[in-house]
Design a protein around this ligand. Sequence first.
Ligand code: PEP
Length: 233
Amino acid sequence: MPTKIAAGNWKMNGTRAALEEAHAIAQVQSGDAQVVICPPATLLTSMPEGLATGGQYCHPATSGAHTGDLSAEMLADAGASYCITGHSERRTDHKETDADVRAQTEAAWRAGLIAILCIGETLDQREAGETLAVLSEQLRGSLPDGATAETLIVAYEPVWAIGTGKVATPDQVAEVHDALRDQLGAEISLLYGGSVKAGNAAELFALDNVDGALVGGASLKAKDFIPIVEALA
Ligand code: PEP
């Protein structure tokens, strides 16, 4: 059985004041679901004991002359056990390619981190009927060989649904997740991401091949994130 996972991506949000939210999230009764928060790297070492954490990106190299970057080893050293790779905001803002994402995923594995590999289509691609082909190509280009349920989580995040308030319909999510399950096998956890909130989480989690969510905006406040965890647990 794939592990159920509720992962929060805080993006570039949160100063030390946000640790209060992390402490509240750490208290949630999550049953057999794993809760993960990916805060800004500046907060990693201050996150509460017992709350699993992740980075939002890692550089492929272990160390070196890469001003402003962070290696997977640094994230692990700061307490992270997960790392998001291939988030669409990184693909857009930093022009990260599938090859870059593949190198980052390999780096995450090298450091012992579980990669949360994000894939997703744009609205134009969906409207052109290219969704499954685009996702399959992204996986082919960005997923290194040798993935296991212990090293990889895949997050389907339609670009048009991230931070927009537009959620993919259960039928749209089911079509993609069923195809991903066929492609990736029975054990890899498959998360949906894109405007997940308390009001829509249960309907998404009821789908056969949805093992949890990667949550942006609604993970910033414990009062918004905890009901999502509870819907999964
Ligand atoms: C995300 O950034 O991974 C995400 C899903 O954001 P939101 O939940 O805000 O759409």
